[in-house]
Design a protein around this ligand. Sequence first.
Ligand code: NI
Length: 137
Amino acid sequence: MNKDLVSRISISLPTLLLQRFDEHSQRLNYANRSKAIQDAMQHLISESKWLCEQQGTGVGAITMVYDHHVTQLDNILTDVQHRFHDVICSSMHIHLDDNNCLEIIAIRGPAKNIRDLATSLQTQKGVKQLKLTIITP
Ligand code: NI
């Protein structure tokens, strides 16, 4: 990466997320917010890189937390899962509290389909966190 080139951007974030991010990055002794955000972006790239390049078949699980008060989100997430029924082995739904649902989806199938399923879920408004774990048996 060319360190001489710096881009300045303006982004919109949920206030609470930014507050939590700042608290956490201060605990990790980041000198400033820019450096912490750069590292978070690098993490995103490295975590998703293998998935974008992966060939063959994968086995694992998708774990996600979402806000079930977001309009139509339950239906949208169900529709997405029906579209990818061929890679979903099983799923478990847990009502965490008044607002949040935890869903654990066991998956097995072509890497491309797993990637498409994970991104189709992750990009929905109201999905707060999604982790994809692939096991190599
Ligand atoms: Ni629920």
